[in-house]
Design a protein around this ligand. Structure first.
Ligand SMILES: Cc1cc2nc3c(=O)[nH]c(=O)nc-3n(C[C@H](O)[C@H](O)[C@H](O)COP(=O)(O)O)c2cc1C
Length: 343
């Protein structure tokens, strides 16, 4: 581990270099707290919540655990779709709405939360770690979050994006490989030019920045975590692996699809939100393929390419299993980790 990673582990007080990824639509305070209580870093995705709801959820996490946890937001300007875009999306979706007896869709007042207001809430709440995706924050905002006592983590899909976050003053950066489930965090170039597999991306990012890099994308077991650490990561962040935990907010239908899916069953689509995201291919994704520039909402089955290794365990048990697999794969890791944790 790098010195910076050792300092990070020490500051966060983790027992193992494992982060549970923030996942909008799936992470709950219960999941984050169960992961943190097991010695890893639990995360809650706050992007869809207004400042009041963020405060309520952070209070709930704090009631459930005294260990460190993280909160995640999108760095995204609200964009009002044009009337023509809305009309086309409505036309494409009407058959689905009809089959669900939902009537006609009405345009929303706004299409995303005000992330600046959300950040003000985080500055007051000061969770131990805050993470961001979709863009890089300005240096002044990163400084305010850090002064409030938060460590700041950015998401990067290329070495250049990692450098941008380091330049903004982030404490650490997540390397999001192209295997990752959910939305791509790319912000400097189009996602097609930023789709690098984790094991190619990670060592390049580690060389490009001096802050700790957290590996993410397709990791499902302790062997994958060990391999990430050998490639220079300070920790590994797993999302899909936690989706089938009983504490996860994923719907039963989504969990069933995850448990049945195999490695080749996911693809990147823009059909659900207008932004590229990886999920299990379903009829809706196929039907919307010719219209992927448009916006839509229906059941999305976000999952990473490791989905064929899905396990349905309580979050605490999953963390202990990952930890013992990691110890088996890297027998000297516990002592190294313990040394850096206490140092
Ligand atoms: C269902 C789902 C929702 C996600 N939502 C978010 C989110 O709200 N914010 C974020 O930064 N990343 C989000 N991600 C991406 C994760 O942070 C992480 O990069 C990814 O889960 C790693 O790949 P894996 O799922 O193969 O482990 C999401 C991923 C999934 C699977």
């Amino acid at each position: 581990m790098t010195d910076a990673a050792a300092k990070l582990m020490s500051r966060l007080g983790l027992d193992c270099p494992i982060f549970q990824a923030p996942m909008l639509g799936a992470t709950t305070p219960e999941l984050a707290a169960a992961v943190s209580n097991a010695g890893a870093l639990g995360s809650w995705a706050g992007a869809g919540s207004d400042p009041e709801a963020i405060a309520g959820n952070v209070r709930r996490i704090r009631a459930l655990t005294s260990r460190p946890f993280s909160v995640n937001l999108f760095v995204m300007e609200d964009r009002q779709p044009s009337p023509a875009e809305l009309r086309l999306a409505q036309e494409l979706l009407q058959p689905y709405r009809d089959s669900l007896h939902l009537g006609e869709a009405r345009p929303l007042a706004r299409y995303c939360q005000d992330y600046r207001a959300q950040i003000e809430a985080l500055i007051e709440l000061a969770p131990p770690l805050v993470s961001f995706t979709f863009n890089v924050l300005d240096r002044a905002t990163v400084t305010r979050l850090r002064r409030a006592g938060c460590l700041v983590m950015g998401t990067a899909t290329t070495a250049a994006e990692a450098r941008a976050w380091e330049g903004a003053g982030a404490d650490l950066v997540s390397a999001q490989g192209s295997e990752a489930g959910g939305h791509r965090g790319s912000f400097l170039k189009a996602f097609e030019e930023s789709s690098v597999g984790l094991f190619a991306l990670l060592p390049q990012m580690v060389r490009a920045v001096s802050i700790p890099v957290v590996a993410a994308g397709g990791l499902m077991d302790g062997g994958g975590i060990a391999a990430s650490l050998l490639l220079g990561a300070g920790a590994a962040q797993l999302g899909t692996a936690f989706l089938c935990c009983p504490e996860s907010g994923a719907s039963p239908a989504w969990k069933r699809s995850l448990l049945a899916a195999q490695d080749g069953d996911t693809r990147i689509t823009r059909a659900f939100s207008g932004r590229p995201a990886r999920g299990i291919v379903n009829g809706f994704m196929d039907a919307m393929r010719p219209h992927e520039a448009e916006r839509a909402e229906l059941l999305s089955l976000w999952a990473g390419q490791g989905v064929g290794m899905m396990r349905s365990l309580p979050a605490g048990e999953l963390v202990s299993t990952l930890r013992s697999e990691l110890e088996q794969a890297l027998p000297d890791l516990p002592s190294r980790a313990a040394g850096s944790l206490s140092g």
